[in-house]
Each structure stands twice: as C-alpha cells, then as structure tokens.
Ligand binder design. Structure first.
Ligand SMILES: Cc1cc2nc3c(=O)[nH]c(=O)nc-3n(C[C@H](O)[C@H](O)[C@H](O)COP(=O)(O)OP(=O)(O)OC[C@H]3O[C@@H](n4cnc5c(N)ncnc54)[C@H](O)[C@@H]3O)c2cc1C
Length: 370
C-alpha cells in the first residue's frame, strides 16, 4: 500500500500540487483518480464496494499522502474516507449504505460533514441550523462554515436542530443532504493561512426540502452519533500529525547535514543536535502512544478522553516541530519554495479543527476528575 501511495503521489499529485496550492483548490477529478487507485474508503466492507481492509490501513492512507507534504489532499481524503463514510456505515440504513458507499469508494460521490456554524464551533450545542418537519420529510434552513470538501461535495452530512423545544445536545439530527437540491448553495472557497488547495467553504441552506429517508441515524439523537464517531476523527488527526512530523524530520536532517555556517555543517552544532534529538524523541513517544490508540480502536475500546490525548499531544508536537525545524532552515525556511514553510503553515490548523487543543484538554480533565 505504501508503494501504491508513493507512486500515486509521484504521478498524480507532485507535478500539479504547487499549481493547485496557488489556485486554492485541487481539481474534482483527483477524487476519481484516488478512487481508481483504490485509495478511498478501503475499510468499507466489500458488500458496499469497499476493499474490506482493516481500520489501521485505512487510517494510514491519508498519512501516506501527508508524509509527502500534501496536507491539503490528505485532509479532504480523511474527511471523506475516515469520517463521512463511517457515519454512513455505522449509522446509515441499508438503502443509504448501498446508495452512498460504493460511489464514495470510486470517488464518484464526494462527502463532507457540516457541524460548524458562524456562531457555533467548539460549542456545537449552540447550532442554529434548523430542520422543520413537514409531510414526508423536513425543511432545512441555516448556514455552515469552514466545511472541508465543501466545493466538491456531492452530499453533506448536515447537523441540524430538529427539536427547538429542548435545550443543549438533545433534539439534534443528522441529514444526508444532496448538494443538487434546490435551496442548497455554496459560498466562497475560503482562503487560508495554510492547506491552500484544501477545499474549505461556507454552505447555505435556504428552505432545502429533504425526504424522511435523508435522516442519518435516529431523529433527535444526532449528538450521540457525533460523540461516538469523534474518536476516529481525532485518531486520524493525531496520525496525520505524526506523518507530517516524519516528513519534517527527514527534510530537516538532510538540510542541517549539508548547510554550513562558520565552516561547519549545522548538524555539528550542539544546539542543532540537541534540538533534533528532542524532536525525534517526541516523535517516537507520539508514535508509541498512537500505536496503542490504534490497537484500542481496533478493539472498539478507544474512549473520547484517550483519543483527545492523542490528538492534543501529536498536533501540539507537530506545531512545535514545524517551528523548530523552520528555525534550523534560517531565512530559507521562510521562503515558499522550501517545503518546510508549507509544512509550518499547514501544521497550524491541526490544533484547531476536529476539536481545539483546549477542548481536548477539557475532555481529558473531565474524565480525570469524574
Ligand atoms: C481549515 C478548516 C477545516 C475545517 N473543516 C471542518 C469540517 O469539515 N466540518 C466542520 O463541521 N467544521 C470544520 N472546521 C471547523 C473547526 O472544527 C472549528 O473551527 C473548531 O471546532 C473551532 O471552532 P471555532 O472556530 O468556532 O472556534 P471557537 O469555538 O470560537 O473557539 C475560539 C477559542 O476559544 C477556545 N474555547 C472555546 N470554548 C472553550 C472552553 N470551553 N474552554 C476553553 N477554551 C475554549 C477555543 O479552544 C479557541 O481557542 C474546520 C475549520 C478549519 C479552519
């Protein structure tokens, strides 16, 4: 699988990636190419068109892409394959699985998940998007923001309030909203600090009518689904952080071994050696912990607090490494043509999406003092 990913990156991503980063989005047909190469949704059962691989292999595929410093592609893939496909597999009914999953495997359909709203990110209980019951279906109104795959998505798992009379996390449901529906529209493809070619959008729902069959899981039980599925998302983010760390260590080791100052290679200065040694130690520690988490996940035992620990530890370590490695490149590290600058810019969001570091710590603390 590693060699398939490497060949795919070399043939399909590397030659175009800079152009996509400048354009602010990678092309829609990359999804079809990823599907043809067998790189999407690999742990979906064969019955639904998947390859029946194990979760570890599936989670490692976006990491293989992140290892090449192609974070924008890796993030979109992870949302599609590791999050959306598993919401459908775990919560969907047979018709939904048969309709969406085979086409997600081939890249014919691209999935997104829309929780965040302009006024509700960490505090998802504050969402304002509403779904009102009507004969045979629901009518959705509201807006979402920062949605990965928003421009290319063919359908969006949309979180909406279905019972306005109950407070907090109750009365929330998930809908499978096809983006061809009347009243659905996409806003701007948002410009970002990093992950430039990752497709990130605002989405609008204006009297969007969906049938009852668009409900994913049970009515009013959406929050339970979100809470159940989040550990996989957090594990995926932690794994991608480690993949990016491996990449940064590789290029920095090479650079400091070649670059000279005061007549000596940078790698001979004690500061460089100790910095790199500490970063390598942090990388190994994170890898070991994530290996444990992958094992727990495979046994169905990865709890929210442990997944949060993995996410906060690995993404904080990634950002620290990005900063320290860039420093070792000196002024060149700040230049766009040096890949460490992209790794630095792409790293920053990892501490924010999928639950901020502060929310991760809150979840760990809650478990600790409960
Ligand atoms: C590139 C990108 C891609 C994204 N993709 C998606 C996607 O596909 N789908 C989706 O639904 N969302 C997505 N998001 C949204 C992302 O998950 C949210 O941005 C994130 O959850 C934080 O929410 P917020 O931006 O509203 O920040 P806020 O919730 O407003 O937080 C602001 C600050 O306050 C802190 N804070 C908030 N509450 C607490 C608390 N209780 N204790 C301590 N500190 C607190 C936060 O940690 C943060 O530092 C994406 C965001 C980006 C930037």
């Amino acid at each position: 699988m590693q060699s398939t990913i490497a060949k795919f990156c070399e043939a399909e991503i590397a030659p175009e990636y800079d152009k996509w980063e400048n354009e602010g989005i990678f092309p829609r047909d990359l999804w079809n190419k990823l599907g043809q190469a067998g790189l999407l949704c690999v742990d979906i059962p064969e019955k639904y068109g998947g390859h029946g691989a194990d979760a570890e292999m599936a989670l490692n595929i976006p990491c293989g892409i992140a290892c090449g410093n192609y974070g924008s592609v890796a993030v979109g893939m992870s949302v599609h394959s590791d999050i959306v496909a598993h919401y459908i597999l775990n919560r969907g009914n047979e018709n939904q699985k048969l309709h969406y999953l085979p086409k997600m495997v081939t890249g014919e359909l691209v999935g997104a998940i829309a929780m965040t709203e302009p006024a509700a990110g960490s505090d998802l209980q504050g969402i304002q998007t509403k779904a009102k019951k009507q004969n045979g279906g629901w009518v959705l109104n509201g807006s979402k923001t920062f949605i990965t795959n928003g421009q290319h998505a063919d359908f969006v798992v949309t979180v909406a309030k279905t019972n306005p009379n109950v407070k907090g996390s109750s009365g929330v449901s998930l809908f499978l909203v096809d983006t061809s529906l009347k009243g659905f529209s996409r806003g701007r493809n948002l410009e970002k600090l990093g992950l430039h070619s990752s497709d990130t959008s605002e989405l609008f729902f204006d009297e969007v009518e969906v049938p009852d069959s668009a409900i994913l899981g049970e009515v009013d039980q959406g929050f339970i689904t979100l809470m159940t599925e989040l550990p996989r998302e957090r594990l995926a983010l932690a794994m991608s952080a480690v993949a990016a760390m491996e990449y940064m260590m590789d290029i920095t080791k090479k650079y400091v071994s070649e670059r000279k100052a005061f007549g000596k290679e940078l790698s001979t200065f004690q500061n460089t050696r100790f910095k790199m040694a500490k970063l390598q130690t942090e990388l190994r520690l994170n890898k070991a912990f994530i290996k444990e988490c992958v094992g727990l996940f495979a046994e169905g035992k990865l709890d929210a607090a442990t997944a949060s620990m993995a996410k906060v530890a690995a993404t904080e370590a990634q950002c620290k490494m990005a900063d320290e490695c860039l420093q070792l490149f000196g002024g060149y590290g700040y230049m766009k043509e040096y890949p460490i600058s992209r790794a630095f810019a792409d790293a920053r969001i990892q501490k924010i999406y999928g639950g901020t570091s502060e929310i991760m710590l809150e979840l760990v603390a809650r478990d600790l003092f409960n």
